[in-house]
Design a protein around this ligand. Structure first.
Ligand code: IVH
Length: 687
């Protein structure tokens, strides 16, 4: 071997080694999300391979990690004839347990099974909301990626799919000579949010939803469109396969094999038995849907045995062995009828879309937030437009964008009013802020109403029955101007209000009475101080232990509390030092509002901690207490140095039982543990 030959051989060997190393690390990084080397080390290996390939262009193979290159521009997407058609799945909307039973019954009938034959095994999966992609691997190397198209003919999108870090350019292990892997390209919600965050920073148009963004990027001719979009991939099956001697006999086995080849498979799939197993999967997933890091639109059930799948076959384009059960759609198109402005508790003006009612995310939606003027402008929506409304989980419905259709008449762009729609005070916007605010403060009836509603809300003082209609009536009639007047209401005066009977009036008075016994944390949250949410209120209450100490605290002392920075500290300090707010606090206490206080400074010393009434003791709560919620009871016990456990054991100091107490009470009796009611708890707390 000549010296140059020896050098070339060395380069070839090193390039192969680097490719394997980079492949291993890319899989750990993109697929497993568990890198085992720092990014800088990866970059160094990558640069070394790039160098070698620059010097020896013949070594540049298509599966090289350096070949995920941006900048390929195609004149058009080429058609791809699928070797095996890409099927669709029969979709059903009867997603109750009855739906699972109907599917199972149909499959059993088709297979000629008798009632006493054992339950069938199914592979239950998520129905991903993205774009179906066929990945063709020859000798383990990705040679082509195509979209589904009409199922027979799709489009070649190899240039873009190569940019998806999760899609391996070369498979691990010893894959068969020809293997098509099918799955869904999608975008995670956090990647989508980050993308839109960047768009906002640059004043560029925001994207509508993860699905459209992923599908749009993949179908672009220019792969530069993929540069700023991080897409992901989940495999859910195979296409054409040749020479696969070790092919598994089940669908779930196939998924495991695909994962072993290095292609991501969603971990949220399960082999379940019979219709009850399917229904349980459905129930679990619909409860977890909003917490998933990506959008799904339902679940898919597949007969797990591939032999049974073969026996079942197809009807037109749909296999008899699979069904999709869709969840309620979280996005719908509707018409924007008007844009109104709402004044919030802190005076913030929010443009709100009035919509032609649509069924979305499981309820009928007629209003949706447009957040602020700048967000509205970015979305470019105008009255009369067809818009997409999104309602996911418990989040307030929002307008995500408009359907691009030509407007048939001129509609002026929306403008924020110069004066507050509720009180005519001047509307202001701080420099650099996107929020418009009414300057009227508690003079503004809208702010007053919102303050009352917040005060009465479930997580604040929880005054049931004090809803929007009643607050409107109370404020509009002049009966209630501020928070303290609430406690001056009597049943007779309430009953005189329109639509208010004797019974509801008496109920409300009782609820108001009940709300007087609360916790400092709830009380602070209920005041609606700007920037003070539940968590901050709890931290403040825990840190200062009493309202007086909190009121006396200078901003520096407030900043000792975790997560309280200068802005929050200033907001709390300003609120608590204003004379009219101090008067409100004083009046509320005079009306009888009360809570347990403790001296946090004293409690933090070890001696004091040991002296705390419940120090070192574990209590268990069960059933519904007459006035304390479970959270409140827990907070009080913890403030007194005790712990709350979920189950009763010999170590339990006492069980606090309310009405409808369950098995924990039985267990306590069995073990001879003290059982107390709410009054008993209060005595314990008092020490
Ligand atoms: S299997 C024989 N599994 O739904 C069935 N498809 O209507 C072939 N999809 O366009 C597909 N999640 O992109 C299958 N877990 C899943 C899926 C899934 C989403 C999409 C797929 C296809 C459509 C089928």
């Amino acid at each position: 071997m000549s010296p140059t030959q020896a050098q070339a051989e060395q380069a070839r060997a090193r390039a192969a080694e680097l490719r394997a190393l980079l492949q291993h690390h890319a899989h750990r990084y993109y697929v497993l999300d568990a890198p085992d080397i720092p990014d800088a080390d990866y970059d160094r290996l990558f640069a070394e391979l790039q160098d070698i390939e620059a010097q020896h262009p013949a070594l540049r193979t298509p599966d090289s990690p350096t070949q995920r290159v941006i900048g390929q521009v195609l004149p058009g997407l080429l058609p791809v004839q699928h070797a095996r058609p890409m099927l669709s799945i029969r979709t059903e909307t009867d997603t109750t347990a009855a739906g699972a039973e109907a599917f199972d019954a149909r499959v059993r009938r088709e297979l000629g099974l008798a009632a006493d034959d054992p339950a069938l095994s199914y592979c239950a999966e998520l129905k991903f909301d993205g774009l179906a992609i066929n990945l063709r691997y020859e000798d383990g190397v990705l040679v082509q990626a195509s979209t589904r198209g009409d199922g027979q003919i799709g489009e070649d999108v190899t240039h873009n799919v190569r940019m998806i870090g999760q899609v391996p350019l070369r498979l691990f292990g010893t894959p068969p000579p020809l293997l098509e892997i099918r799955g869904e390209a999608y975008m995670r919600r956090d990647d989508f949010e980050r993308l839109n965050e960047r768009q906002r920073e640059q004043g560029a148009k925001t994207f509508i939803n993860p699905r459209n963004t992923a599908a749009g990027a993949i179908r672009q001719l220019d792969s530069a469109g993929m540069r700023d979009k991080r897409l992901s991939f989940f495999a859910y099956g195979l296409g054409e396969v040749q020479g696969y001697a070790a092919a598994p006999a089940t669908h779930s086995g196939t998924l495991a094999a695909i994962a072993a080849f290095g292609v991501p498979v969603c971990p949220e799939h399960a082999v379940v038995h019979g219709p009850a197993g399917l229904a349980a999967f459905h129930e679990r997933i619909s409860a977890e849907r909003d917490a998933l890091p990506f959008d799904i639109d339902g679940v898919v059930y597949k007969v797990d045995s591939l032999e049974l799948q073969r026996q079942l076959g197809f009807v037109t384009r749909e296999p008899r062995w699979a069904v999709a059960h869709k969840f309620p759609a979280q996005e719908q198109t509707t018409r924007l009828l008007a844009i109104e402005v709402q004044v919030g508790r802190t005076g913030k003006l929010t443009p709100v879309a009035r919509l032609a009612p649509v069924f979305v995310g499981g309820t009928t939606v007629g209003n949706a937030t447009l957040h602020n003027l700048f967000e509205l402008r970015r979305k470019g929506v105008r009255v009369g437009d067809a818009v997409i409304v999104r309602r996911a989980g418990d989040v307030i419905p929002e307008i995500v964008g408009r359907i691009a259709e030509p407007r048939t008449r001129y509609v002026p762009n929306f403008r924020m009013p110069a004066t507050c729609p509720a009180c005519a005070s001047v509307v202001l916007r701080e420099r650099g802020s996107v929020e418009h605010r009414c300057s009227g403060g508690l003079f503004c009836p809208a702010q007053r109403k919102q303050a009352l509603l917040h005060f009465a809300s479930r997580r604040a003082l929880d005054i049931e029955g004090l809803g929007e209609k009643l607050v409107d009536q109370l404020v509009d009639s002049g009966l209630v101007k501020g928070l303290p007047e609430l406690y001056g209401l009597d049943a007779a005066r309430l009953a005189a209000l329109e639509r208010m009977g004797q019974r509801s009036a008496a109920n409300l008075v009782a609820m108001l009475e009940r709300s007087k016994a609360t916790t400092l944390a709830r009380f602070l949250y209920a005041l609606g101080i700007r920037h003070v949410g539940e968590a901050t209120a709890r931290d403040l209450a825990g840190h200062f232990g009493s309202l007086e100490r909190l009121m006396d605290a200078p901003p520096e002392a407030l900043q000792q509390v975790p997560d309280v920075g200068p802005v929050v500290a200033r907001s709390i300090h300003t609120f608590l030092t204003q004379a009219h707010n101090r008067e409100v606090l004083q009046q509320l206490r005079a009306a009888g509002l009360h809570w347990e206080e403790h001296d946090a400074r004293a409690a933090s010393s070890p001696q004091a901690a040991a002296a705390a009434p419940l120090a070192g003791r574990t209590l268990v709560l069960t059933g519904t207490l007459p006035t304390l919620t479970r959270d409140d009871a827990k907070a009080l016990i913890e403030a007194a140095g005790g712990k709350v456990a979920g189950s009763v054991s010999k170590k339990t100091h006492a069980v606090i039982a309310g009405s409808e107490a369950g098995s924990k009470l039985d267990k306590a009796r069995e073990l001879g543990i003290t059982v107390l009611d709410e009054d008993g708890l209060r005595r314990l707390l008092a020490g």
